[in-house]
Design a protein around this ligand. Structure first.
Ligand code: DON
Length: 309
């Protein structure tokens, strides 16, 4: 891939400058108290090409919990451990207009793997002798796909969410009551919340996006990290369901398959080109980063990254 590094840097700098109009808009998530313990106006952005070149801006050393972006990791591992048809018997693939932690989109299965009910279900399908081994697999996989070896469990975030997770507890027990899974709901919930509490820096998140943009191959050493058939599922689900009840609007306006988390992070995948990630903790009502969404929209237009045009 040929490009002029200086020109890309200039376009990205300009886009970030334009996104400053959105500073101060929205509120950080407060239902996980520890997420309030950060500066709401923190900002970091990274774009990593499928060749492994990184363009980083803002507080590139800042570390945050990936929250719902872990739903990508849970899905990849569930699809690796199980036959994809078996996974999709337990979760659907359709978007929902309900909020991410709603019990409504649970019929004979959860609507899709990127709402809480769906991710709690995919988490229940991850193999391991016990939760420690399962979490070790999740964390190791994130360290590999992000190439961020310092990634770890953020204990304070995990403890904070465990104390306030009544809604997810209800979801886990409801799923079990419907035989969507048979495992112990408290254990599944613990593993789900641990995966949400995994730490990343911004380049790590963009690197995960770049691996997905690179058909599952590591951008540095070209190791196969995710089979292409799984990449296809994950990226298409990011496009249709990655931004919760805002997914349709976002896809139309931004045109980049993306996944958000309530810490204020968003990861995007431009197949064959790059992964990109933003961190900006103030959220809109749907739980998506306000400045992050707007920045992706500007970048998509200014750098021609919309996958549809
Ligand atoms: O389960 C939860 O509520 C959080 N650990 C993750 C939710 C989340 O990130 C939704 N994202 N926008």
């Amino acid at each position: 891939m040929l490009y002029n590094r200086e020109l890309i840097c200039e376009k990205l700098e300009n886009a970030i400058e334009k996104s400053k109009d959105y500073i101060g808009m929205g509120e950080p998530a407060s239902y996980i108290p520890e997420l309030l313990n950060v500066d709401s106006d923190n900002f970091a952005f990274s774009l990593v090409t499928t060749n492994g070149d990184a363009f980083n801006f803002g507080d590139e050393n800042i570390v945050f919990s990936i929250q719902s972006i872990s739903k990508i990791v849970d899905l990849i591992i569930a699809l690796t451990d199980n036959n994809p048809q078996d996974v999709y018997e337990k979760v659907g693939s359709e978007p929902t207009k309900y909020e991410f932690n709603s019990l409504v989109p649970i019929g004979d299965r959860a609507a899709n793997p990127f709402i809480n009910a769906g991710a709690i279900t995919t988490t229940s399908m991850i193999f391991g002798r016990d939760n420690d081994e399962r979490f070790e697999r999740i964390l190791n996989f994130y360290q590999t796909i992000s190439d961020f070896k310092e990634s770890k469990l953020m204990e304070d975030v995990f403890d904070s969410e465990m104390k306030t997770t009544d809604r997810n507890k209800a979801i886990a027990y409801y799923l079990k009551s419907k035989n969507i899974f048979t495992a112990n709901p408290d254990e599944v919930l613990e593993l789900y919340i641990k995966s949400c509490s995994i730490s990343s820096d911004i380049e790590g998140l963009a690197t995960m996006g770049a691996v997905l943009a690179n058909k599952g191959y590591a951008v540095k050493n070209r190791d196969m990290l995710v089979p292409e058939s799984i990449v296809q599922i994950v990226v298409s689900q990011m496009a249709s369901c990655g931004m919760y009840e805002n997914s349709g609007d976002y896809l139309m306006n931004v045109g980049i398959p993306s996944k958000s988390g309530v810490s204020g992070a968003i990861v995007g995948v431009v197949p064959g080109v790059c992964g990109l990630a933003v961190y900006s903790p103030r959220l809109d009502k749907t739980g998506n980063s306000v400045r992050g969404k707007e920045l992706f929209k500007i970048i998509s237009q200014d750098l021609g990254l919309n996958i549809f045009v």
